[in-house]
Design a protein around this ligand. Structure first.
Ligand SMILES: Nc1ncnc2c1ncn2[C@@H]1O[C@H](COP(=O)(O)OP(=O)(O)OP(=O)(O)O)[C@@H](O)[C@H]1O
Length: 251
């Protein structure tokens, strides 16, 4: 039978307001499908919101996923392509080429076509390319979990440098240890709602409590934690920098 395809509208994010200021490192936690990646894509302009807007003092750069690379070309050609796509000049690429290849850890494989790489190898190359610029607003979506232990160590060092140089960092990770280690503020999302926004330990503890109850099947207790978190949200006052950190779900 012919007919219209079944289209389903998914509201990945409910209305919310979030203000981050220079010097903050904002961690984003939440269950699978809670809207973390969608929020990051909104911030860097990969998707546009149905309503509302995103304001930024400079273009936010998503680390590791946005380089448009060509599988048929060797890694070294893709380094040039990826860097050009990020707006670097040929001189700047030449300056950074060696350190990109070193960070990727691909050694001689850098001359092989990317289609011959394992998924870990191509993620490493994407990360190394993306990490070669120092953005003012940096978005990291699980990029830390890329590659093997040796690469994780190298990428962590580069990430530390990037965080030091960036004005503001957003980090999505399921590793709560990483979040606590790196973030000065944590946002907890669930089913498209922003539930909590504040001190990393406080937010991570509430989130852990919530998931513990859920994994034990205590759905009512988990729901109570969720409701309490939402009720505790306070209104954003964007003009006052000191209170601009608080976020609120728009009614
Ligand atoms: N391209 C898409 N088409 C349809 N639904 C989508 C699409 N991208 C995301 N969604 C839906 O939007 C919701 C939020 O997804 P999102 O990827 O932002 O979650 P997440 O918190 O990053 O999840 P995870 O922790 O699993 O990465 C989910 O219900 C998901 O199914």
């Amino acid at each position: 039978m012919m007919g219209k395809p079944n289209l389903v509208t998914v509201h990945a994010l409910n209305p919310m307001s979030l203000v981050a200021v220079r010097g903050e490192s904002v961690g984003i936690v939440g269950r699978n499908g809670s809207g973390k990646s969608t929020l990051m894509k909104l911030i860097n302009g990969q998707v546009t919101p149905d309503t509302g807007a995103v304001y930024a003092s400079s273009t936010p750069i998503m680390l590791g996923v946005n380089a448009a690379l060509v599988p048929e070309l060797p890694g070294d050609h893709n380094v040039v392509l990826g860097c050009l796509a990020m707006g670097l000049t040929y001189d700047e690429i030449a300056e950074r080429y060696e350190s990109i290849v070193e960070l990727s850890g691909l050694e001689k494989a850098i001359h092989l076509p990317m289609r011959s790489y394992s998924s870990g190898m191509s993620s490493r190359l994407r990360f190394a390319i993306a990490a070669s610029i120092d953005p003012e607003i940096l978005l990291i979506d699980e990029a830390l979990n890329t590659g093997d232990a040796q690469f994780a160590d190298r990428s962590r060092r580069r990430m530390d440098e990037l965080r030091e140089n960036a004005g503001c960092v957003f980090l999505v990770s399921h590793s709560l240890e990483t979040i606590l280690d790196m973030c000065s503020r944590v946002v907890w999302m669930d089913k498209g709602d922003l539930l909590m926004d504040g001190d990393p330990r406080e937010v991570v503890t509430a989130y852990k409590d919530f998931t513990r109850h859920l994994s034990k099947g205590n759905n009512i207790s988990a729901e109570k934690i969720r409701e309490e978190a939402m009720l505790a949200l306070t209104v954003t006052r964007i003009r006052e920098r000191s209170t601009g950190r608080r976020s609120v779900r728009v009614q």
